[in-house]
Design a binder for this molecule. Structure first.
Ligand SMILES: [Zn+2]
Ligand SMILES: [Zn+2]
Length: 240
């Protein structure tokens, strides 16, 4: 009997959201799957927001991405930050549910598939050290590691570091968020050679205004990255 089979006898697989019995590890039961707002169909090529209609393979941008400067190339998101999507993110963020990183990594990998390139370097948005101690782990780094593993790409958890403590983004307007995060990240000297002339995929748990991805992209461009794409586990929809 393999290790996996032995573990199944001890711990029958459960839905990661409601603990109902499921037939495979690391997944959702049918009811939770239906309540989880996975993003499918036509999406904004820059931020991953679902868009109405459209032909398969069409490249489209949402209203925000047509008016706001987005320094990165393409972007995707796996879920909308609402309903069960929101609950799963909060559990990953604050509930010490490290087991969620594995299924979430698979969802991210599927969402990012159209924008992945061979030889890409996968990097997480960094958590400030003070928050890293309080929260004990960087959920973005757990997700980026899972995506890199599934995609067979190199992963570098510390290619980006925070230049300063930016505090919380909560309660700030979009302009306030952008101003708060300008210059917030940098590529440390020891990672310059890894980033230089490389296609980079930046991973975060949630995309709200895009200010965090913009600041990360600017730091990577300043370190001469060839291109930057982004993927978030969940995208906050404006009216969602
Ligand atoms: Zn369930
Ligand atoms: Zn967009």
């Amino acid at each position: 009997m393999g290790m996996q089979a032995a573990l199944h006898l001890l711990y029958p697989p459960q839905c990661i959201s409601c603990d109902a019995a499921v037939t495979t590890d690391f997944g959702l039961c049918g009811a939770c799957w239906r309540e989880t707002p996975f993003i499918v169909g036509l999406v904004c090529d820059r931020c991953g927001l679902p868009l109405p209609g459209g032909e398969p393979g069409e490249t489209a941008l949402c209203d925000d991405c047509m008016t706001i400067a987005r320094p990165w190339g393409q972007g995707r998101a796996a879920l909308l930050y609402q309903d069960n999507g929101r609950r799963l993110i909060l559990a990953l963020k604050h509930g010490d549910r490290l087991d969620l990183a594995r299924p979430a990594g698979a969802w991210l990998h599927r969402a990012a598939a159209p924008i992945l390139r061979p030889g890409m370097l996968v990097v997480p948005v960094p958590l400030h050290l003070s928050r890293l101690f309080r929260r004990r782990y960087n959920q973005a780094a757990l997700l980026s590691k899972a995506v890199a593993g599934l995609a067979g790409l190199d992963h570098c958890p510390d290619a980006l570091v925070r230049s300063r403590n930016t505090g919380t983004q909560d309660g700030r307007t979009r302009d306030g968020r952008l101003a708060n995060l300008a210059g917030a990240f940098r590529v440390p000297p020891r990672r310059r050679r890894l980033v230089e002339d490389r296609d980079i995929l930046v991973v975060d748990d949630v995309m709200t205004s895009g200010a965090t991805f913009a600041a990360a992209t600017e730091a990577l461009h300043a370190a001469n990255a060839r291109s930057v794409c982004v993927v978030a586990l969940a995208r906050v929809a404006k009216d969602g």
